[in-house]
Design a binder for this molecule. Structure first.
Ligand code: AHG
Ligand code: MN
Ligand code: MN
Ligand code: MN
Length: 335
C-alpha cells in the first residue's frame, strides 16, 4: 500500500509482509531510527540558537575535527538504538570501535547490528546548509546470545536487510529501503509525524547533473578528468550542470529526484577516496540499486566489496544508471 499521506507507522504495518524477517523486529528498528531522527532534527533546527555549532574540540578516528553536532547526533542515535532492545551492536563514524549492546546478558536475543553516519556533511552545519544521517542494518552472523564480533559488521553490502538516510533540509525526510523499493517520508514538525510523500522513488535512467569536488581536479585519476571534460563538452544534451552541496545525502537525494551522478574518486591525496564503505557507501548503494540506480567504485558494484576494516574508504560513483556506466567507461580506458 503506497497511498500518499500514509504515516510511517501505518506504512510499516501495511508493508511488513514484504520484510523477510519478523515484522515486529522491522518496526522496532525503523521506529528507533524515526525517533532518533526527530530528536536530531530538533537539535539541527536550532543549531544556531544554542551552543551546539562549532567544533567539539576533539578529533575522530577519521582525523576530522568533530563538530558538536557530530557528537550530539552520535550520542542520540546510539542511546535511542540501545534503548529499543532490538540491536546487539552499533558502529559509527564517530566511534573508534563498535559498541556491544547487552553483551553481558547472554539471554541477549537481539539479532541486528546498525552502522551509522550520525551527521553527514558536517562542514555544512555552521553555514546553515543541509546535512543528513545515514544508517545501514544487518542481521548478525555470529551466534545469537554471544557477544557481537567485528565480523558481524564486516559484511558485504549485499547482506544489508535495511538502509536509509535522513536529510535535514528545507524539510526533514526519512528515505529508506528494506529491499522492496525506496520510499520517502516527510516530517510534519507540528505533529512530529512522518508522512509518505515520495512512494517508490526511482532514479531517472540518466540525467544532466554531475556532483563532485572539482577543486581536487589536479589530483584525480585521468579517467575522472576525462569524464569531467565529457560532462563539459558542448554536444547533444551536454554540457551538464555541476552541483555539489558537500553533503553526500543531499547530493544523492537531489540526483535521485532529478537524475544525476555523485562521484568521490580516489586521488593522489586520498588513495581510496574519502567516503566510508560501511556507513556511507553501502547504505547509499543499497538505496540506489533499489531505485534502479547504480553504485560502484568506478569498476564494480560497491555492495560486492568484502570489507576488511570498520572505517575503510572506497572510491564512490553513484546515481543514474546510464551516467554511472558512462563514467565507468572512462575509468576503464585510463590512457
Ligand atoms: P561527513 O560529514 O559524515 O564526514 O561526510 C562528509 C562527506 C560527504 O557527505 C560529502 O559529500 C563529502 O564528505 C565532502 O567532502 P569534500 O569536502 O572533501 O568534498
Ligand atoms: Mn565526518
Ligand atoms: Mn558522511
Ligand atoms: Mn559524519
Amino acid at each position: 500500500m503506497n497511498r500518499k499521506n500514509t504515516t510511517l507507522g501505518e506504512f510499516i504495518i501495511e508493508n511488513q509482509a514484504s520484510f523477510q524477517y519478523s515484522s515486529g523486529e522491522l518496526s522496532k528498528l525503523i521506529n528507533a531510527i524515526r525517533l532518533a531522527a526527530k530528536v536530531v532534527n530538533h537539535e539541527v533546527n536550532k543549531a544556531g540558537l544554542v551552543d551546539i555549532i562549532g567544533e567539539a574540540g576533539d578529533t575522530n578516528i577519521q582525523g576530522e575535527d568533530q563538530q558538536k553536532l557530530d557528537v550530539l547526533a552520535n550520542e542520540k542515535f546510539i542511546q535511542t538504538l540501545k534503548n529499543r532492545e532490538i540491536v546487539c551492536g552499533i558502529a559509527s563514524e564517530e566511534e573508534d570501535d563498535f559498541i556491544s549492546v547487552n553483551s553481558n546478558d547472554n539471554q541477549n536475543q537481539n539479532k541486528y547490528v546498525v552502522l551509522i553516519d550520525p551527521l553527514d556533511g558536517s562542514s555544512n552545519i555552521d553555514v546553515n546548509v543541509s546535512v543528513g544521517t545515514i544508517f545501514s542494518i544487518y542481521r548478525r552472523v555470529t551466534p545469537i546470545g554471544t557477544p557481537v564480533q567485528l565480523e558481524d559488521f564486516l559484511q558485504p553490502g549485499r547482506n544489508q536487510i535495511a538502509a536509509g538516510y535522513v536529510v535535514y533540509g528545507t524539510s526533514t525526510m526519512l528515505v529508506y529501503t528494506t529491499g522492496d523499493g525506496v520510499n520517502g517520508f516527510t516530517l510534519n514538525p507540528a505533529l512530529g509525524t512522518f508522512y509518505l510523500s515520495h512512494p517508490q522513488m526511482q532514479f531517472p535512467e540518466t540525467g544532466r547533473i554531475y556532483s563532485l569536488n572539482e577543486g581536487n581536479y589536479v589530483h584525480f585519476p585521468q579517467g575522472v578528468k576525462n569524464y569531467i571534460k565529457y560532462c563539459q563538452q558542448e554536444e547533444g544534451d551536454r554540457p551538464y550542470t555541476s552541483r555539489y552541496i558537500g553533503s553526500l545525502v543531499s547530493d544523492f537525494h537531489r540526483n535521485m529526484i532529478k537524475g544525476g551522478i555523485y562521484i568521490y574518486p580516489k586521488s593522489s591525496v586520498a588513495a581510496e577516496g574519502k567516503l566510508r564503505l560501511l556507513y556511507e557507501c553501502n547504505p547509499m548503494a543499497f538505496i540506489a540499486e533499489q531505485a534502479n540506480g547504480k553504485a560502484s567504485n568506478g569498476y564494480s558494484s560497491i555492495m560486492d566489496v568484502v570489507p576488511t576494516a570498520l572505517h575503510q574508504r572506497v572510491p564512490f560513483f553513484c546515481g543514474s544508471r546510464k551516467m554511472v556506466e558512462k563514467a565507468e567507461e572512462f575509468m576503464a580506458v585510463q590512457e
